[in-house]
Design a protein around this ligand. Sequence first.
Ligand code: G4P
Length: 289
Amino acid sequence: MNYQWYPGHMMKAKRMMQENIKLIDLIIELVDARAPMSSRNPDIDELGQGKSRLILLNKADLADEKENQAWMAWFQEKGCFAACLDARKRSDMKQINGIIQSACREKMERDRKRGIVNRPVRAMVAGIPNVGKSTFINSFAGRTCAKTGNKPGVTKGKQWIRLNPQVELLDTPGILWPKFEDPQVGVKLAALGSIRDELLLGEELACWLLEYLKAHYPEAAGKRYQTECKGKGEEALTQIAEIRGCVLKGGEPDLRRAASMILEDFRSGRLGRITLESPETRESGEQNG
Ligand code: G4P
């Protein structure tokens, strides 16, 4: 969180990824299930050429179940292994381990044909900051071994976690830099709380979210705030501020406080399971939200 992506950081993260990718056979890429495209960096496709790919749609517990399934199918169609995940749940890890085995099978088979036996497949977890990489490594390895914090790239002294006789995981995740070319990406990542967008005020972000909800989840805000939220953006925000008693000393609605509350409700799942982009709009190039 609160990580500033200056070109220097980006270059460093990219360099570290390039170095680390050389060491591995499988990339386990975590994306945020609530915005699987905006929360990934497509450069990984080029960086990871020739490697097996597993996409984990993390924080799936907060995302729309129907969209989770649609995104999983979309990634599978692109030739990746894919699965939904709540990285905090250790009970999910057995299933993920099975998928990792499947994703590695081809590589192991290739090695075997070339006479290489007993060489474990090496994997790395990668993803943009705050997507859940450390949580996943901790849950997966079953102990607190992954470093938390958002430093670009991975540390120098590499350590491998042996998951089983066939698979080893690099203990520090690869940090991918978010790609902000499309302004909608920044808005979505800010709404998810993955980045702090200094340029966008909380009120603007909350208004954007309310508009998005109105178009895609028309009942979500009404259900939570017991109001019809008939108005557009700021009007709806004002209504919610009034209903929730967010008022300033002079009696004016406190839009900033209402906006923080709405964003927090969204991020914690109190507005329901919501996804901010779907594969269909992706394919047609249509902007949603
Ligand atoms: P990172 O290494 O990729 O930067 O991410 P990290 O594991 O630190 O996870 C970021 C936050 O996301 C953590 O919350 C973590 O608990 C939460 N998280 C990770 N995976 C999941 C998931 O599958 N579902 C849900 N609901 N949350 C998940 P945190 O430490 O409490 O940070 P914050 O909530 O204070 O921002």
